[in-house]
Design a protein around this ligand. Structure first.
Ligand SMILES: [Zn+2]
Length: 262
């Protein structure tokens, strides 16, 4: 707890000094840009020739839910950001959220606002997969997203596999072959840059900037990760809108996009 308090103080100090927080995510403006870009472009043709698009209100709400996923308490939840090799947790989360979005808007008592919040936070986790894992270093670039996301639960390197064997900021050995992501340890004595033996770190501004993260344009691989995050966000929307319960159902589509509904 003491070290958690120390980290919280560091985070607050960072905010006060106007510096980026050691967010476990694409920097918040990047998440917002990606999400707005994808939602504004997305359209569905249904009910004959009707082209349906998310309204600005819906987009604002989904973007907010995405951003809120980086609020302080949420930052320490590895499954929300695909941190610490929590691929099981992250992949299950986005599958569960997809089901929740669909069931909430197709229910007899629809909960469209709640569905859009679920969609926003799911998109955050999907985008973070590309910012925090070694998917890019494994040789993937656009359009080669991880098509398991949203469709199945998957895992990465196991706890015994050394992914950064010589330096926690440098992938090596199995880390160049198996899926891994960076750790952000906060419960060791003053070691927010520490990692389990042979594992990789996320990296944190000011204290240990090097690591696997591709959270902003100062990081190697950022542009590739960003492009993949855009592609993957679109793919997740496609998964939702092509579901048999939603596809062709104009009323449900309008509800989720908040077109002429309350
Ligand atoms: Zn995040």
């Amino acid at each position: 707890m003491k070290n958690a308090i120390i980290l919280v103080c560091l985070l607050l100090l960072g905010f006060l000094l106007g510096m980026p927080s050691p967010a476990l995510a694409f920097k918040v403006p990047i998440h917002e840009q990606i999400t707005r870009e994808v939602l504004a472009d997305f359209q569905v043709v249904a009910g004959g020739q009707q082209t349906l698009k998310f309204t600005d209100y819906a987009i604002d709400q989904i973007v907010k839910a995405n951003k809120d996923t980086d609020d302080l308490p949420n930052q320490f939840n590895s499954e929300k950001h695909f941190d610490g090799e929590d691929f099981l947790g992250g992949s299950k989360r986005v599958m569960d959220l997809k089901e929740r979005v669909i069931s909430k808007v197709t229910s007899d008592s629809p909960q469209a606002t709640s569905a859009r919040n679920d969609l926003g936070t799911a998109l955050h986790t999907i985008q973070d997969f590309y910012a925090h894992s070694n998917w890019v270093e494994l040789g993937h670039s656009s359009p080669n997203i991880n098509t398991k996301i949203g469709r199945e639960i998957f895992s990465g390197a196991d706890t015994k596999t050394l992914t950064c064997p010589t330096d926690p900021a440098i992938l090596g050995g199995e880390g160049l072959k198996q899926l891994t992501s960076g750790y952000f340890i906060i419960d060791l004595e003053s070691r927010i840059c520490g990692v389990p033996q042979g594992k990789c770190r996320h990296g944190a501004p000011l204290v240990c900037p090097d690591g696997l993260n591709k959270d902003d344009d100062s990081r190697p691989g950022f542009l590739t990760a960003r492009t993949l995050a855009v592609n993957a966000s679109r793919d997740y929307l496609d998964q939702i809108f092509s579901d048999s319960r939603i596809a062709g159902n104009v009323n449900v589509i309008k509800l989720l996009m908040r077109i002429n509904t309350n």
